[in-house]
Design a protein around this ligand. Structure first.
Ligand SMILES: [Zn+2]
Length: 84
């Protein structure tokens, strides 16, 4: 599982005042809902929005890989000039 999917989202309960639903992104995707542990009220997420979120995570991971590769490459290809 990616780091992004392990991130915790804090969503205000739609019913309780001052209650926050804490849920991992991966659970939002797999359960397609976020439920308040106190009152059991919940948000249900649409499958199309869940798919969009999944693909956004995928794109971010690809961008992250590209960034890390380019950072490695810039060092690999750097011209080294040593001054005596
Ligand atoms: Zn609640």
């Amino acid at each position: 599982m990616s780091e992004l999917e392990n991130e915790i989202q804090e969503i205000p309960c739609p019913k309780c005042r001052n209650k926050v639903i804490k849920i991992k992104i991966s659970d939002m995707i797999s359960r397609r809902e976020a439920k308040c542990s106190s009152c059991k009220s919940k948000y249900e997420f649409g499958s199309s929005e869940v798919s969009t979120l999944k693909s956004a995570i995928h794109d971010l991971e690809k961008a992250q890989d590209k960034y890390e590769d380019s950072l490695n490459k810039i060092m690999d290809k750097a011209k080294i000039i040593i001054i005596n």
